[in-house]
Design a protein around this ligand. Structure first.
Ligand SMILES: Nc1ncnc2c1ncn2[C@@H]1O[C@H](COP(=O)(O)OP(=O)(O)OP(=O)(O)O)[C@@H](O)[C@H]1O
Length: 244
């Protein structure tokens, strides 16, 4: 199912930006988190957001997804579709009485409006996506009965059926075994080859090393940006994981 990774055509930094932000600050009431970030998300690449717990990775994803409003600065998107946001697996209640197919169908709701009545094309897209992610045989199972890796694929499938050119993933490989992590990494490379820009928040250094580009966050500030081999150094990592 997973194709071999395609070689990247150009360094991520040389590609057009899918999102550019300048002077970006954001947070929660009474809790500033992101402070004055200037960076860009290269189009048609996988970008990893790397940082310790609480450094602001999910908050930045929330801003990119448009669900958290910046308190200062600018965020400029070049795409014309709203981003697809796939939350952390733990944020999706295990007890939700949803089948895998129903969960993936929810990805079409944004396009179908308040009645959420899916068309024949929507159903075809849902089935194709379930097969693409190798979970077609699990379609009738309850989401809560799946393994971590299977549930993660169902959530990614829900993101993909939104048919956005920007896919935002919060910790897609956390808690998965090495084989499942590798499959997710291969899938992300495949999506980029299909025209999708991917951003993933991650603690998984292997995932970060296999990305095209990294943004390192430390206590809400940008601590590094560039190709993984340039920015994920032992020194940078020890600084990232030191308390600010
Ligand atoms: N809804 C919220 N209300 C108030 N504070 C929040 C909220 N969500 C997150 N925070 C705080 O914002 C800071 C940054 O959190 P965020 O989730 O962005 O970090 P993170 O880098 O994604 O962490 P992790 O790796 O643990 O997921 C943390 O101090 C967190 O406690």
């Amino acid at each position: 199912m997973f194709k071999k990774p395609h070689p990247s055509p150009a360094p991520a930094e040389d590609r057009t930006a899918r999102v550019r932000f300048t002077g970006l600050s954001a947070g929660y009431p009474g809790r500033p988190v992101l402070r004055q970030l200037d960076a860009e998300i290269p189009a048609l690449a996988v970008t990893a957001l790397v940082g310790a717990n609480g450094s602001g990775k999910s908050t930045l994803l929330g801003v990119l997804a448009g669900v958290i409003r910046p308190t200062a600065g600018e965020v400029h998107h070049t795409g014309d579709r709203p981003p697809a946001f796939v939350p952390q697996r733990g944020a999706v209640a295990d007890a939700l009485p949803l089948t895998v197919r129903q969960a993936v169908e929810m990805g079409r709701w944004g396009d179908r409006g308040p009645w959420r009545r899916l068309t024949r094309r929507d159903h075809t897209l849902v089935e194709t996506t379930l097969e693409r992610l190798g979970i077609g045989h699990l379609a009738a199972r309850q989401l809560g009965e799946l393994s971590g890796g299977q549930r993660q694929r169902a959530l990614i499938a829900q993101g993909l059926t939104q048919q956005s050119d920007l896919l935002l993933l919060d910790e897609p490989t956390t808690g998965l075994d090495p084989e499942a992590r590798e499959q997710i990494a291969a899938l992300l490379t495949e999506l980029v080859a299909d025209g999708v820009t991917v951003v993933q928040a991650t603690h998984d250094l292997e995932a970060a090393r296999s990305a095209d580009s990294c943004l390192l966050l430390r206590d809400g500030r940008l601590a590094g940006r560039g190709r993984p081999e340039q920015v994920i150094t032992t020194e940078a990592l020890s600084r990232l994981w030191q308390p600010a």
